[in-house]
Ligand binder design. Structure first.
Ligand code: ZN
Length: 203
């Protein structure tokens, strides 16, 4: 399986990192070695002194598809949950300044903790899907699927024009404002529609 991540999908977060708002989805990949199962601790890697959390809605692809039309995209996912796109911000800033790829900052081992996947049929979301992240019990990020610049259906349509999506692939849909640094001893908890979905202890 592979992990596809969308960048700059919330206007306020693009603003806090002083990035332009893209007219097409910006995407990058993480390998399967980036996955960190729910409840496992995250160890700060020694190549960075500025690891940031980014809580994101994550959709699980349920069947193979290529060149998927936006109007059919909803047939290609049936579950969603939350994930954290851990980012070595110092490494990313360096890579960006040199025009280099982001993988050293984004694709490293255990950089993608994921929580519990819930059937989309079981989610009632009249006003979009709400999610949030707390650090040591204090809310640091709040998001809603309706704030996304590119919807999951548009993302699936766009990305599948380049890359075949396969059953089990995960799509991280971008982070809202409020990203920040983690330190040893921090406890992250992510909530989906008010329910605890994902827990990570930083070591
Ligand atoms: Zn992200």
């Amino acid at each position: 399986m592979k992990i596809i991540c969308i960048g700059r999908n919330y206007a306020a977060h693009a603003g806090e990192l002083k990035n332009e708002i893209p007219d097409k989805p910006v995407f990058f990949l993480k390998p399967d070695t980036a996955l960190l199962p729910n409840g496992r601790p995250f160890y700060i890697p020694d190549f960075s002194s500025d690891i940031h959390y980014e809580v994101e809605l994550v959709y699980k692809i349920s069947k193979e598809g290529k060149n998927i039309e936006e109007s059919f995209a909803h047939r290609y996912y049936d579950q969603l949950g939350l994930g954290i796109d851990f980012t070595a911000r110092d490494v990313q800033d360096y890579q960006k300044s040199k025009g280099l790829p982001w993988e050293p900052a984004k694709a490293f081992d255990n950089s993608a903790p994921v929580g519990i996947f819930i059937n989309k049929a079981d989610m009632t979301a009249e006003k979009g899907i709400e999610f949030s992240l707390t650090k040591n019990g204090e809310t640091v990020q709040i998001g809603n699927s309706e704030m996304m610049l590119h919807s999951i259906d548009k993302i699936i349509s766009y990305v599948s024009g380049f890359i075949t999506l396969k059953k089990g692939d995960l799509i991280f849909t971008g982070t809202p404002a409020g990203v920040g640094k983690v330190s040893k001893g921090d406890r992250l908890e992510a909530f989906l529609q008010g329910k605890l979905n994902l827990k990570v202890e930083i070591l």
